[in-house]
Design a protein around this ligand. Structure first.
Ligand SMILES: *Cc1c(COP(=O)(O)O)cnc(C)c1O
Length: 448
């Protein structure tokens, strides 16, 4: 008997097999909540295999975890992928190179702030953070300072799910308790005071300086997400603190890594969030929107100082090389996606979405159970007083024809930049409805 093709199974059959065999992010096995079965996607819409809450199509308020900035099945990106498919999907990167990787690296080096001109193309955001940390530790080893191997970050961050990135995730929201004794112990500053426009708090500035000064002898690097802390809690902070980190790192001989995997490529209203602060990190991580959400790829960029420092060491090479490093398909799509972004008025689009979200989410402010409503660039957040009832909130959004994935105490959206005004309004309405449903149900069942 030949294997049956993908379309021969009913949605119910697929969901049963999914539950039995397939891990989902942060999920138990077997799965507890049935995921929605997506059949296809185009523009800003996901098409479900069968209607849920009467909806066959959902406007995507998540951009597939903040990556699909141009929406789905964009003709330019489809063409880049199929064109590259006709040449080669992949070749190893050891001893070989190819045009898509070279073009993409040159483009990123040109775009990135300052002299970040050396590019390591990794296969996921977490791996790009691993590479960034390895660069920093190796820089100090090469300089004869192997004791400089710890990292400093501020609380409330997220840098990925592999070991070293996990060690610099928020120690309270992350899974540090589960992994105490296993994760390397890093140095944590308090979370930055909230508010993009807030005046910098002198006490917090002192706190950062003091902590960096005290630990400088053992610190390889400071690593933070600039301006927006994403999966650690969707919090915004003043760019002034990034300037403080830059100055304190320079004064005390510590490298600065900015993780722009979530903020890169326009999401906060600047092409890179570092531009809000006017600083250049020593190492920069990019991912998520890099390929427009088509394929998995991330990049670690560093300055000549870091690269030359590593090269001067006893082991003069960066010992990292994933099998699918610089995958040509992903690189070709990434190059096309960044090109597509730059040839349009992306800043205008992000501003347009920002004002649509501000208008639409204002309705949630002051509602029972709502702690805070905040918008920055194409990011809209409604934070509740307690954990969101995920099932109730998701159902409420779907009823409004919108896909959202709330987490912890947050209902939020990061829509594709191509989302039209009507769809932005619809997303905002759905966020408010999901917040209300998620908060009400939470109040009834108590905290979990
Ligand atoms: C998503 C994310 C990562 C991890 O990227 P993956 O591709 O999921 O491994 C790291 N840092 C930040 C800031 C992120 O948002």
């Amino acid at each position: 008997m030949p294997e049956r093709g993908p379309r021969d199974r009913s949605p119910a059959e697929l969901l049963a097999l999914d539950r039995r065999h397939v891990w989902h992010p942060y999920g138990p096995m077997p799965g507890r909540d049935a995921p929605l079965l997506v059949e296809s996607a185009a523009g800003v819409r996901l098409r479900l295999a069968e209607p849920v809450e009467g909806r066959h199509e959902l406007v995507d308020g998540m951009s597939s975890w903040w990556s699909a900035i141009h929406g789905y099945r964009h003709p330019v990106l489809d063409e880049a992928a199929s064109g590259q498919l006709g040449r080669m999907s992949h070749v190893m990167f050891g001893g070989l190179t190819h045009e898509p990787a070279v073009r993409l690296a040159k483009r990123l080096a040109d775009l990135a702030p300052g002299d970040l001109e050396h590019v390591f193309l990794a296969d996921s955001g977490s791996v790009s953070v691993e590479v960034a940390l390895k660069m920093c530790l190796q820089y100090w080893r090469s300089a004869g300072r192997p004791e400089k191997q710890r990292l400093l970050t501020w609380r409330g961050g997220y840098h990925g799910d592999t070991w070293n990135p996990m060690s610099v995730c928020d120690p309270d929201g992350g899974m540090h308790d589960l992994w105490s004794g296993v994760l390397p112990r890093q140095v944590f500053a308090d979370a930055p005071p909230p508010g993009f426009d807030a005046e910098p708090d002198p006490a917090y500035v002192r706190h950062l300086w003091e902590l960096i000064a005290r630990h400088a002898g053992e610190l390889a690097a400071v690593i933070v997400e600039p301006v927006v802390q994403g999966a650690g809690g969707m919090r915004f902070h003043s760019p002034a603190y990034l300037r403080v980190l830059r100055e304190a790192c320079d004064a005390h001989g510590v490298l600065l890594v900015l993780d722009e995997i979530a903020t890169g490529f326009g999401r906060t209203g600047a092409l890179f969030a570092a531009e809000h602060a006017g600083i250049t990190p020593d190492v920069l991580c990019l991912g998520k929107a890099l390929t427009g959400g088509y394929l998995t790829m991330a990049a670690t960029l560093c300055t000549p100082r870091v690269a030359e420092g590593i090269s001067r060491g006893e082991v003069p090479v960066l010992a990292h090389g994933p099998t699918f490093m610089a995958n040509p398909l992903a690189a070709a799509v990434a190059d096309a996606s960044v090109g597509l972004l730059l040839e349009q008025d992306w800043a205008g689009e992000v501003k347009r979405i920002e004002s649509g979200l501000r208008d639409g989410l204002a309705a949630a402010a002051g509602r029972p159970g709502v702690r805070d409503v905040r918008v920055l660039g194409a990011i809209g957040v409604v934070q509740l007083d307690g954990p969101v009832d995920m099932a109730a909130a998701t159902r409420a959004a779907v009823r409004h024809g919108v896909w959202l994935r709330p987490f912890r105490d947050m209902v939020y959206t990061m829509p594709p930049y191509v989302t039209g005004d009507e769809d932005v309004a619809r997303i905002a309405t759905a966020v408010c409805a999901a917040a209300e449903a998620g908060a009400q149900a939470g109040a009834e069942t108590g905290p979990r």
